[in-house]
Design a protein around this ligand. Structure first.
Ligand SMILES: *Cc1c(COP(=O)(O)O)cnc(C)c1O
Length: 398
């Protein structure tokens, strides 16, 4: 007997997710690769450099020990929380309580996605930056919260203008995501900005979730502050860190949240009902990274800095106007007049076989920009510059 398959309507929750703007680019990219074209992918924010050897070896050794094969503790191994505590103290001179103010995560994305389930009731507002990492919005929508976008504009140094948020929105706002160093704009925030944010959060009783995934990816002597350095911050803020970008560990899935103890315990409650902790061997490798990763990180940063200088120098010679980013491995570049972000990205792909990311994929305020990732070798960046040069012999046309 033939049976027709059950039709499942996507839930309202899923239908509210914005359309995936990179779908068309992904499709064209695959098409070109299938045709045998040499596509240079400057689109993805995923380090091309392998995880440092000593971290891989720590995992190998830990994976061989049957003790590590069982369910891990929901709140992470005490040794991992201690290692995070030590790292945080040394890096930011902030003392954390390893039991109450630290929560290991299966990557920071997991924490970002689950936090709204812990702190937002249906109909309550979550303030999110635009352009911004898409998970702030999807996490809010899954919790049936209402995302309210805070534009990040060039004239405001890509910092949100809190005074522009209407009073009725603020009344209903429970959570606010911030992200510095910022993806996609590569901008950094000053301590003064965080001070203002903490004051604002106290005033309006809003929990801040500061996504610090790029905290260590900084150049030219710049060090990114932790929001928890500010007096009163722990009372209103959690901060999310990731080992992914810092130690080339994107596939490993390990990060952590710190700060406001009650918010962390509510997040832990959500997590304990959904996951059962991080594979212990990965936690042990994470401890190794936090304890011994400083030198590997410096080598990484040197590579990205050289790539950055190569790319920015080349683009400026070609008539683009870009400042070298002080942080992240992204360059956020104004689209030349005469194109939308999407049009320019299609042109790059079709005429030059170069993938770059259209700014509007990160929110409407990203329109007019495109993002280039420095996650390919210098030789590929040179080839990309070459293709742009050849495709546009007349610079003013670009
Ligand atoms: C990469 C990234 C993350 C996620 O990192 P994981 O720890 O790998 O989940 C979070 N926020 C931003 C802004 C990112 O770019």
């Amino acid at each position: 007997m033939l049976k027709t398959p059950l039709t499942i309507e996507p839930t309202g929750r899923l239908q509210k997710l914005p359309p995936y703007l990179f779908a068309e680019i992904d499709r064209k990219k695959r098409e070109l690769i299938a045709k045998g074209k040499d596509v240079i992918d400057l689109g993805v924010g995923d380090p091309d450099i392998p995880t440092p050897d000593f971290i891989v070896r720590a995992l190998q050794k830990a994976a061989e020990n049957p003790k590590n094969h069982r369910y891990a503790l929901d709140q992470g191994m005490p040794e991992l929380r201690e290692a995070i505590c030590d790292w945080f103290l040394e890096r930011f001179q902030v003392k954390l309580d390893a039991d109450k103010e630290i929560l290991p995560l299966i990557g920071s994305k997991e924490g970002i996605g689950h936090l709204p389930l812990a702190v937002i009731n249906p109909g309550q507002v979550c303030l999110i930056p635009d352009p911004g990492y898409p998970v702030y919005r999807s996490g809010t929508l899954f919790a049936e919260g209402i995302p309210y976008t805070m534009p990040l504009l060039e004239q405001n140094h890509y910092l949100p203008d809190f005074s522009a948020i209407p009073a009725d929105v603020l009344k209903n706002a429970k959570l606010m995501f911030l992200n510095y160093p910022n993806n996609p704009t590569s901008q950094v925030a000053t301590r003064a900005f965080f001070e203002e944010a903490v004051k604002f959060a106290h005033q309006h009783k809003i929990l801040i979730a500061h996504d610090a995934a790029y905290s260590e990816m900084t150049y030219d002597g710049y060090k990114s502050p932790s929001i928890l350095e500010l007096p009163g911050a722990k009372e209103v803020a959690v901060e999310l860190f990731s080992l992914s970008k810092t130690y080339n560990m994107t596939g490993w899935r390990i990060g952590f949240a710190v700060g406001h103890p009650q918010a962390l315990s509510l997040l832990a409650k959500v997590k304990s009902n959904l996951d059962s902790g991080i594979f212990q061997a990965v936690q042990i490798a994470g401890i190794a990274a936090l304890k011994e990763g400083a030198e590997a990180l410096q080598q990484n940063l040197k590579i990205y800095r050289e790539r950055r200088d190569l790319l920015i120098g080349g683009l400026n010679q070609l008539g683009f106007k870009v400042d070298p980013p002080r942080a992240t491995f992204y360059c956020w570049i104004p689209v030349p007049p005469g194109y939308t972000s999407a049009e320019l990205c299609l042109k790059f792909l079709e005429e030059m076989n170069i993938v770059v990311t259209p700014g509007n994929g990160f929110g409407p305020n990203g329109e007019g920009y495109f993002r280039i990732s420095l996650t390919v070798a210098e030789s590929r960046l040179m080839e990309a510059l070459d293709r742009i040069r050849k495709s546009h012999p007349n610079r003013s046309q670009l």
